[in-house]
Design a protein around this ligand. Structure first.
Ligand code: KE4
Length: 427
C-alpha cells in the first residue's frame, strides 16, 4: 500500500504539532507505523492522501453514525453557515437541539451545550460538587471521561493506549479527590462507598465502557450503582459521550432503564462538528450560572453551525428503522469476525452493544480493565495493519471501540469479514 504522501505529511506535521497529531490516539503509537493522512471521506469510506480507500470503523471516534458527508447534514451546515457562523448570542436552533435531547433522554429536564465531551464532564463534576457540597468523585479503571485534570486517573482510551497510569501535570491534590474502582465490580465499589460515601459528590461511569475496548455492564451493575448512589446521596453521572444516540436513541440509560442524575453527551449530537452537552434534573441544573452560582461558559458553546449539524443528525436518527438497521449490520460484522477467528483457531473475545463492538485477542472473558489488559495487544497491532492492507480501517488501539454506521452496506461488511478471514489465518 503506497503511503509516500502520508509519510511526508506526517514528517512535516511533527515539526509543527507535538507528535504530529492533535489527539494522541491518532498517532498509531500502540499499533506501530505512521498514521495515514485523510484527504476526504464519504459514507462508510475514507480516502487517504495516497489514494487508498478504507471501510471506516472509527467514524471519527463516534460522531459519524450516519456516515461521512451525509447530504442532509452537509446541507444543514451550509444553510446555517450562510446565516453567519457564530453570534455569541442565543439563537433558536440551540433551544431546538436542547429540546430534542430532553425529549430523547428521560433523565434530562434541562441541558447546557458546550464544545466537547471533556468540557461536558468537567462541568457536570463541578456542578455535582456544588450541589452536594462534597469534593471527592469515583470513576472506574479504564473508563475515560476526557482530559480534565481530576479525571486522568487510571483513565482508558489514549492514556491506556499510551500506558500512562496517571499523566504528569495533574497535582497530587487533584488525583487524591478521585477514587477508582474496577468496572462491573460491585464488591470493590461497595467497600469504597462504605468508607468514603459521605465524601463522594458523584460517581461517574460510562454505562457501556468504550475506552478499554467495549465492555458492557453486567445486568446488576448499573441498577446497583443507581441504588447505592441514592442511598448515600451521591449523584450518579452517566458519561454517554459515546453511548448517547449510539446504543439507543435514548442512550444507554433508556436501553438499560437506569436513570442517572446527570448525563454527559458529545460526538453524535454535533454530527461531526465540535460539541458537548451536560444535563439532568432541573433542581441540579438550575445551579448553573446565570440561573445559579456555578460558573460555566464558552465562546462557541451552542455554536449555530455545530447545532445545525447535530439537529439534522438526530432528526435522521429519529426516523423509524434506523436502529434496527444498525443492529442488523453490527450483528453481521460481529458474527463474521467471530467466525473468522474461530476458523483461524485464534482466541478472540467479542463484545457488542448495538453498533458499538469490541474484540479482544484473549480466550478469557473481558469484564473490566484488568481483564482487557490481558488481551494480546501485539496480535491486535498485527490484525490492525493486516486489515489496513485489506482496505479496512479499524481503531489504531485495542482500547477503543469498533463502530458501524448506517452507510455500512452488506458488501462493505462482506469485504470486512473476508479480509478478517485472510488476516487472522496468517496471524
Ligand atoms: P472529547 O473531549 O474528546 O470530545 O470527549 C471526551 C470523552 C468523554 N467521555 C467519553 C466516554 C469519551 O469516549 C470521550 C472521548 N473519546 C475518545 C475516544 N474514545 C476521543 C478520541 C480522542 O481522544 O482523540
Amino acid at each position: 500500500m503506497r503511503t509516500t504522501n502520508s509519510r511526508a505529511y506526517f514528517k512535516s506535521a511533527q515539526s509543527a504539532i507535538p507528535g504530529g497529531v492533535n489527539s494522541p490516539v491518532r498517532a498509531f503509537r500502540s499499533v506501530g507505523g505512521d498514521p495515514l493522512f485523510i484527504k476526504k471521506a464519504k459514507g462508510a469510506l475514507l480516502e487517504d492522501v495516497d489514494g487508498n480507500t478504507f471501510i471506516d470503523y472509527v467514524l471519527s471516534w463516534g460522531p459519524m453514525i450516519l456516515g461521512h458527508a451525509h447530504p442532509s447534514v452537509l446541507n444543514a451546515i451550509i444553510k446555517a453557515a450562510k446565516q453567519g457562523t457564530s453570534y455569541g448570542a442565543p439563537c433558536q436552533a440551540e433551544t431546538e437541539l436542547a429540546k430534542l435531547i430532553i425529549q430523547a433522554l428521560p433523565s434530562i429536564d434541562q441541558v447546557r451545550l458546550v464544545n466537547s465531551g471533556t468540557e461536558a464532564v468537567m462541568s457536570a463534576i463541578r456542578l455535582a460538587r456544588a450541589y452536594t457540597k462534597r469534593d471527592s468523585i469515583l470513576k472506574f479503571d479504564g473508563c475515560y471521561h476526557g482530559h480534565a485534570d481530576h479525571l486522568l486517573v487510571k483513565a482508558g482510551s489514549g492514556i491506556a493506549t499510551l500506558g500512562i497510569p496517571d499523566t504528569p501535570g495533574v497535582p497530587k491534590a487533584f488525583a487524591r479527590q478521585t477514587m477508582t474502582a474496577p468496572f462491573n465490580d460491585i464488591t470493590a465499589t461497595e467497600k469504597l462507598i462504605h468508607k468514603h460515601g459521605k465524601d463522594l459528590a458523584a460517581i461517574i461511569v460510562e454505562p457501556v465502557a468504550g475506552n478499554m475496548g467495549v465492555v458492557p455492564p453486567t445486568d446488576e451493575f448499573l441498577p446497583w450503582l443507581r441504588m447505592i448512589t441514592k442511598k448515600y446521596e451521591i449523584l450518579l453521572i452517566f458519561d454517554e459521550v459515546i453511548t448517547g444516540f449510539r446504543v439507543h436513541f435514548g442512550g444507554a440509560q433508556t436501553r438499560y432503564k437506569v436513570t442517572p442524575d446527570l448525563t454527559c453527551l458529545g460526538k453524535i449530537i454535533g454530527g461531526g462538528l465540535p460539541i458537548g452537552a451536560y444535563g439532568g434534573r432541573k433542581d441540579i441544573m438550575q445551579m448553573i450560572a446565570p440561573s445559579g452560582p456555578v460558573y460555566q461558559a464558552g465562546t462557541l458553546a451552542g455554536n449555530p453551525v455545530a447545532v445545525a449539524a447535530g439537529l439534522e443528525t438526530l432528526r435522521q436518527l429519529k426516523k423509524p428503522g434506523v436502529y434496527n438497521n444498525l443492529e442488523r449490520k453490527s450483528k453481521m460484522v460481529a458474527e463474521g469476525l467471530g467466525e473468522a477467528a474461530r476458523h483461524a483457531n485464534i482466541p478472540y473475545y467479542q463484545t457488542r452493544v448495538g453498533s458499538m463492538l469490541g474484540g479482544f485477542f484473549t480466550g478469557a472473558p473481558v469484564t473490566n480493565f484488568a481483564s482487557a489488559k490481558k488481551a494480546n495487544t501485539d496480535r491486535y497491532a498485527k490484525f490492525f495493519h493486516g486489515m489496513l492492507q485489506q482496505g479496512v480501517y479499524l481503531a489504531p488501539s485495542q482500547f477503543e471501540a469498533m463502530l458501524v454506521s448506517t452507510c455500512h452496506s452488506n458488501s462493505h461488511i462482506g469485504h470486512t469479514v473476508s479480509a478478517a478471514r485472510k488476516v487472522l489465518k496468517i496471524l
